[in-house]
Ligand binder design. Structure first.
Ligand SMILES: [Zn+2]
Length: 166
């Protein structure tokens, strides 16, 4: 089955991710895994940068395995039942050893992601309000530097994304 998620992400539409598990949160999702409603592919999203007010955010999108979102939901079962379209499990465990196992399994799932293929500038991941661009062939550093304030690199990213097609 062909899916047009490449075109949708390239123009900044992430609303086709109708199932999203949020793993990081700061006034809104900052990282997690979503599933394309068209083809069922799972994709990892991660915030790379944001403006000072945290209103505009730049996310990378990287392809995972088709079953990754389901694996994640199964792994996170000790934290409760998922809610859709978006589930933000509360990171509270009854025992430390369970937490260790769960976090190790989550890392294992996320480590299978391909290199980020799109960057999207959006107010809220999962909504159709963004601008996007493919990045696969572009030599820009995509690593998230957690020591750098996300706002420090926002201008670089937003200029790059806005220049799409220029
Ligand atoms: Zn798709």
């Amino acid at each position: 089955m062909t899916c047009n998620h490449d075109a949708e992400f390239s123009r900044g539409n992430t609303s086709i991710l109708t199932k999203r598990v949020v793993l990081g949160w700061y006034d809104g999702p900052t990282s997690g895994v979503g599933q394309c409603s068209g083809c069922g592919t799972s994709l990892m999203f991660e915030m790379l940068a944001c403006d000072e007010g945290q209103d505009e955010r730049v996310f990378s999108l990287a392809t995972l395995h088709r079953e990754s979102l389901d694996q994640l939901v199964t792994t996170l079962a000790p934290l409760g039942s998922p809610t859709w379209p978006e589930w933000t499990p509360k990171w509270e465990f009854v025992a430390g050893d369970i937490q260790e196992v769960v976090e190790g399994t989550v890392q294992g799932i996320l480590s299978q992601a391909a290199s980020p293929e799109w960057v999207v500038l959006t107010e809220r991941i999962g909504f159709d309000d963004g601008i996007g661009r493919r990045v696969k062939e572009v030599a820009l550093p995509l690593q998230v530097d957690h020591k750098t304030e996300p706002s420090a690199t926002f201008e670089i990213w937003s200029r790059f994304i806005r220049s799409a097609g220029a």
